[in-house]
Design a protein around this ligand. Structure first.
Ligand SMILES: NC(=O)c1ccc[n+]([C@@H]2O[C@H](COP(=O)([O-])OP(=O)(O)OC[C@H]3O[C@@H](n4cnc5c(N)ncnc54)[C@H](O)[C@@H]3O)[C@@H](O)[C@H]2O)c1
Length: 266
C-alpha cells in the first residue's frame, strides 16, 4: 500500500505527456502546486508545445521510453536541471495490432507497456531508495485487469504492466518507494479517436475525459491507494472475473458475438 503523496512543491515527470491522459495529469499536477512537471514524449514538438501551453513550471522533453539509455540519461538530466524526481508517471502507451497482431505489434507493445516501466525503475529506484522516498505511477489499463477483445498485444502487455507494478510495489515498499497503477476503461484521447460504436472498449461503459482520469489520480495519490480505477465499475468486473473464470469467459464470448453482429450491421 502506497503512502499519501502530497503534490505541492514536487518535481514530476509524465511520459506520454504531449497529449491525452498524460497532458491532463501534467495540467492537474501544476494546478495542485507541483514545482516542475516534465512532459516527456517521443513526439518532441508536441511535448514542447504542450509545455509552452502549461506555463513556466512545465518543461517539454524528447524521450523514447523504450530506449533504456535515453531513460537513464533523462532521469539524470532532470534531477540535475530541476530537483530530485518525486513522482514518475510511466504513462506512454501505444495502440498497436488488431486481433493477434503481428510481431512488430507485440514488440512495440512489450517495449512501451512493460520494459519502459522496468527502465524507469532501474534508473530511478536506486536514487529514490537513497533518499528514502519516491513514487512511480504506472498507467496500465482496465485491459490489464480484464481484457480488451480488439487487440491481444495491448491486452496481454497491459496485464504485464499490472503484474510488474504489483511486483515493484511489493519489493520496493521497504525502501520508501511507492507504486500505483492506473487502470482506466475508455477515455477520449487520440488513442481512442477512431473507436466507433462497435469498439470493444465501449462494452465497459461510457468514455471519460482525460481530466476525469487526472481527478481520480490526484485523489488516489492523496489517499495512498495502489489501484486507481477512474471507472469504479471496473472493480466489480474484476471481482466477477476472479470469482468464476468460466462464467466470465462465457459472458465475454457473448459480448464478442454482440460486437461482431453490431459491426456487421453497422
Ligand atoms: N484512452 C484510453 O481509452 C485508455 C484506456 C486505458 C489506458 N490507457 C493508457 O493511457 C496511457 C495514455 O494514453 P492516451 O489515451 O492518453 O493516448 P495518447 O495517444 O493521447 O497518448 C499517448 C502518448 O504516448 C506517447 N508515446 C507513445 N510511445 C512512446 C514512446 N516510445 N516514448 C515516449 N512517448 C511515447 C505518444 O506520443 C502520445 O503522446 C497509455 O498508456 C494508454 O495505453 C488509455
Amino acid at each position: 500500500m502506497a503512502g499519501p503523496f502530497s503534490i505541492p512543491g514536487t518535481t514530476i515527470v509524465v511520459t506520454g505527456g504531449a497529449g491525452g491522459i498524460g497532458y491532463a495529469l501534467a495540467e492537474r499536477f501544476l494546478s495542485e502546486g507541483a514545482a516542475n512537471v516534465v512532459l516527456a514524449d517521443r513526439d518532441a514538438d508536441q511535448a514542447k508545445r504542450a509545455a509552452d501551453e502549461l506555463g513556466e513550471r512545465a518543461h517539454g522533453l524528447a524521450l523514447d521510453v523504450a530506449d533504456e539509455a535515453a531513460v537513464a540519461e533523462a532521469v539524470a538530466r532532470i534531477e540535475e536541471a530541476h530537483a530530485p524526481i518525486d513522482l514518475w508517471c510511466s504513462n506512454a502507451g501505444v495502440a498497436a495490432g488488431r486481433g493477434l497482431g503481428d510481431d512488430a505489434d507485440w514488440d512495440v507493445s512489450w517495449r512501451v507497456h512493460v520494459l519502459a516501466h522496468v527502465y524507469a525503475a532501474r534508473a530511478l529506484f536506486p536514487r529514490m531508495a537513497e533518499r528514502g522516498r519516491g513514487h512511480l505511477l504506472v498507467t496500465a489499463s482496465a485491459a490489464g485487469l480484464l481484457t480488451n477483445l480488439d487487440t491481444a498485444p495491448y491486452s496481454v502487455t497491459k496485464h504485464g504492466a499490472v503484474a510488474l507494478a504489483e511486483w515493484l510495489a511489493i519489493r520496493h515498499g521497504d525502501e520508501g518507494i511507492d507504486v500505483s497503477c492506473l487502470c482506466p476503461q475508455g477515455v477520449n484521447t487520440a488513442m481512442t479517436a477512431g473507436d466507433d460504436a462497435s469498439a470493444a472498449t465501449r462494452l465497459g461503459g461510457d468514455y471519460l475525459e482525460p481530466a476525469d482520469v487526472a481527478e481520480a489520480v490526484v485523489a488516489a495519490l492523496h489517499d495512498g491507494r495502489f489501484l486507481i480505477l477512474p471507472h469504479p465499475e471496473a472493480a466489480a468486473f474484476e471481482q466477477r472475473r476472479a470469482e468464476d473464470r468460466d462464467r466470465w469467459i462465457g459472458g465475454m464470448r457473448r459480448a464478442w458475438h454482440k460486437i461482431r453482429r453490431a459491426s456487421r450491421q453497422g
